[in-house]
Design a protein around this ligand. Structure first.
Ligand SMILES: Cc1cc2nc3c(=O)[nH]c(=O)nc-3n(C[C@H](O)[C@H](O)[C@H](O)COP(=O)(O)O)c2cc1C
Length: 462
């Protein structure tokens, strides 16, 4: 059977998100990011388009690498200000039945214990529609806000994250047995204390002695997303992720990353089919080629180059204020994210990028390709992209929101559905069941989290 195309929408609790300057376009409504009507409307639009999920990005610091100052980010609303993403979810869940929510939470600045409870609460309230995009951050400004001089070194962050994952797995999977909750009104017993276990953890970075504060939620562990594809990031993905988000300008760059993560997963005994790969793409549609091209040109006229530079500097850890626009971008090693800089330096030896070209590329939709045209042409391009990269889905960034998502729901989704490449209705169940099949509400026994389940933990201790 031909592979189904999955769609996530990529957004953030801020103005414009990945298209700096586009908030000035009359069609864009992201200035309403700090009130609920914008989000409720977006969620309903996405569900109308049968999107698998809304992926909410988040950063905990400002983009102040450019010119060593937050000014450019503030002037251009380059992901600054950024409101908290988790609080949006119950409201959006209340007006949808099927849309999943992949929410980004940076583990570097919050202890596992309260975080695990917040995610369990969301999994309860959404009746199992929650996912977590596990990130460790890339901005020193976030570390300074948390009272540190700078963020931990790049690979060390992943080591710390491994231990963090162990701890949240213990809380989500190991603390309450499946039949611990009785809710027995006749006997007046809520839970059987013998089936609720204290988690004891003494590790390199974390210490904890506690029972998980939430009773088991539909999925227990939220669906796990991950989005770093450096060599250490890939290892982390192969170990933990159920969905991987990637970004890169071409199929030539994305394809080998998909293959590498699948191979790594296989090496460590996980079924590669249990990891879904999503790559970033921006989609601009028109009823005719001319209409689509005109829309794209109109969008491009609203790009704020200084905002793009502020974002790029933050992602790559390079202060582009000291660069000439026609200077070539060169690779350097630092402690910001590695993939964003690799994309425009080492990842494709045949392609040299100047700063100006990166600004133009990043200006609409961030670090992925922009596909423009009629629904038929865009569907052809997407099918070719799937063929070349072997991804399972797209993480769709927008130029204007919710307008571009309305276009996708109205024009592209019918075309993909007619081609048999897109679901005609949502599958039942939790987000994990919708992604992986009925009966898969929780992680399988192959996933490392399952080793902390009480029956497995008891066996290991024998
Ligand atoms: C599609 C996509 C979305 C991302 N979203 C976030 C985010 O919301 N917050 C964040 O701190 N990092 C985010 N990242 C960055 C990654 O988590 C990671 O820090 C970055 O890719 C660098 O990791 P690497 O050096 O292993 O590639 C995202 C990356 C990608 C590709």
């Amino acid at each position: 059977m031909t592979k189904q195309i999955r769609l996530n929408a990529f957004a953030m609790n801020c103005v414009a998100h990945q298209s700096p300057g586009l908030w000035t376009h009359p069609r864009d409504r992201t200035l309403g990011y700090n009130r609920l009507p914008y989000w409720l409307d977006l969620a309903k639009t996405l569900e109308r388009g049968r999107f698998d999920g809304l992926f909410l990005a988040d950063v905990l610091g400002v983009y102040d690498v450019f010119g060593s100052s937050p000014d450019a980010a503030l002037r251009n609303a380059a992901q600054t200000p950024a409101n908290e993403p988790l609080m949006l979810i119950p409201a959006m869940a209340a007006v949808t039945q099927n849309l999943g929510f992949g929410v980004t939470s940076n583990l570097s600045f919050e202890p596992p214990y309260p975080f695990a409870r917040r995610m369990s609460t969301l999994d309860h309230l959404t009746e199992g529609r929650i996912g977590w995009n596990v990130v460790t951050g890339y901005l020193d400004s976030a570390a300074r806000g948390a009272g540190k001089d700078r963020q931990a070194a790049h690979d060390d962050r992943y080591d710390i994250a491994d231990e963090y994952m162990e701890l949240v797995y213990k809380l989500w999977e190991g603390s309450w047995e499946d039949d611990a909750v009785l809710r027995d009104r006749t006997r007046g017993i809520f839970a059987d204390p013998s089936k609720v276990h204290r988690i004891e953890h003494e590790g390199t970075n974390y210490r904890l002695s506690a029972i998980h504060l939430s009773e088991p939620s539909p999925q227990r562990t939220p669906v796990l997303y991950q989005a770093g594809t450096s060599p250490r990031g890939r290892q982390f993905a192969a170990q933990h992720a159920e969905c991987v988000f990637m970004s890169g300008p071409s199929a030539k760059i994305i394809g080998p990353r998909v293959a590498a993560i699948r191979a790594l997963a296989k090496e460590i005994g996980r079924n590669p089919a249990e990891i879904l790969m999503f790559s970033m793409m921006t989609i601009i549609l028109g009823r005719t080629e001319a209409e689509a091209k005109a829309k794209y040109a109109d969008y491009r006229a609203h790009i704020a180059p200084e905002g793009a530079l502020a974002l790029m500097s933050g992602w790559m850890g390079v202060d582009f204020s000291s660069y000439d626009l026609d200077q070539q971008v060169r690779h350097i090693q630092n402690d910001a994210g590695r993939t964003a800089l690799d994309n425009v330096t080492r990842a494709d030896p045949d392609r040299v990028w100047t700063v100006r070209e990166v600004v133009e590329h990043v200006g609409i939709g961030g670090a992925g390709p922009v596909v423009v045209g009629t629904p038929e042409k865009v569907a052809d391009d997407i099918e070719a992209w799937f063929e070349e990269t072997d991804v399972d889905g797209l993480n769709v960034a927008f130029a204007t929101s919710p307008g571009d998502f309305e276009d996708i729901a109205d024009m592209l989704v019918p075309e993909l559905t007619t081609r048999g490449r897109y679901k005609s209705e949502y599958a039942e169940g939790t987000l994990r069941e919708k992604l992986f099949g009925k009966g898969r509400a929780q992680l399988t026994e192959q996933h490392p989290a399952s080793r902390y389940r009480p029956h497995r933990a008891a066996k290991a201790a024998e």
